[in-house]
Ligand binder design. Structure first.
Ligand SMILES: [Zn+2]
Length: 330
């Protein structure tokens, strides 16, 4: 997938989009489907980032949650959206999903609980009027804290809670209410579009798609591509820029299989996911220059899974290639 897609454009569509299947299902609250996918993504994201923490030089506290905010929803949809989470506060940020056995779960946090204070102050407000500004400010503030330092939250309804985070690889997680079959990463965040769920048969395959994006963040691809001066405009499709984008895609694929294995997901799920996803109808043909073809991807993912199987058969500890010194982008 393309980590270089614009996160800003993606999140802006939330205001107008309704969750996938909203019209077809007849479900009075399509936001429940969104909340259910957020729960899956929170669980997978927590497991991938914390089980693989030893491989990540840069770490952040992981609490096992995805944030929600009433400001994400147009006024006429807000009551239905908040009801899907059991959120009663009309303006405060709230927790939209909690991973099982995560620090948030262990501290007694519940989905829908409003957060009215953090470390004895109000939650940060964010720099502008963008609907995601406050969530972004909260995520950035928390990511900058020491990875295992206790966090005191005032939840109003459940009172003050003290959370003991687990150190994990960098990344926060979000689900976008759009029917696009895609996921993106921007260096600190992984965003899963709701339409992607149609292409995964199980949590292992969803974990494979998320692990690919997480690998982009772990390998600092966005910052390194920028430092290499790649062209993100029309020139992306040609020459050196196209070659470097493709190199980062191959690296993210390779590391993703090890991230799955390290978190006790099936490493074979990556090849299975791309076998289906790579042949999906309507896939963008313009990615030909910047992304490997699906057959090459599947072959490369199977090769990594074979390396992992061989290491396990020989009782060797798993250690992904690329993690210590990824080849330079030049
Ligand atoms: Zn990618």
């Amino acid at each position: 997938m393309h980590h270089h897609a614009s996160i800003l454009l993606a999140v802006l569509s939330l205001l107008t989009a309704t969750p996938a299947n909203a019209a077809a299902s007849g479900d009075p609250s399509p936001y429940k489907a969104l909340a259910a996918l957020e729960a899956r993504v929170a669980a997978i994201g927590f497991r991938l980032t914390t089980a693989n923490a030893a491989w990540c030089r840069v770490q952040q506290p992981q609490f096992g949650w995805i944030w929600g905010d009433p400001r994400l929803y147009a006024a006429d949809r807000r009551p239905a959206a908040l009801a899907a989470y059991g959120a009663s506060h009309r303006d405060a940020p709230f927790v939209a999903a909690i991973a099982p056995t995560s620090p948030a779960a262990k501290a007694g946090m519940r989905v829908g609980a409003a957060v009215i204070g953090m470390q004895g102050r109000g939650p940060p407000e964010g720099a502008d009027a963008h609907p995601f500004a406050r969530i972004t400010a909260i995520e950035k503030m928390l990511a900058a804290l020491p990875p295992t330092a206790p966090l005191v939250l005032d939840t109003g309804e459940i009172g003050a809670l003290t959370l003991m985070p687990v150190a994990g690889c960098i990344s926060d997680f979000r689900v976008e209410a759009s029917d696009r079959a895609a996921a993106v990463a921007d260096g600190r965040m992984v965003l899963v579009h709701q339409g992607l769920a149609e292409f995964v048969r199980d949590d292992d395959e969803l974990a494979a798609a998320i692990a690919h994006e997480l690998a982009h963040n772990i390998l600092r691809h966005r910052a390194r591509l920028d430092a290499a001066g790649v062209d993100r405009g029309l020139g992306k499709q040609f020459g050196r820029s196209a070659r470097l984008f493709k190199q980062t895609e191959i690296e993210a694929d390779r590391l993703s299989v090890w991230l799955l294995a390290g978190a006790d997901y099936d490493p074979g799920a990556a090849a299975r996911f791309w076998q289906t996803f790579g042949q999906r109808p309507g896939r963008p043909m313009f990615q030909a220059a910047t992304h490997p073809g699906w057959r090459d991807r599947v072959a490369s993912l199977q090769a990594e899974a074979a390396l992992i199987a061989a290491a396990r058969a020989a009782n060797q500890p798993l250690h992904p290639p690329l993690i210590d010194a990824p080849p330079p982008l030049e």
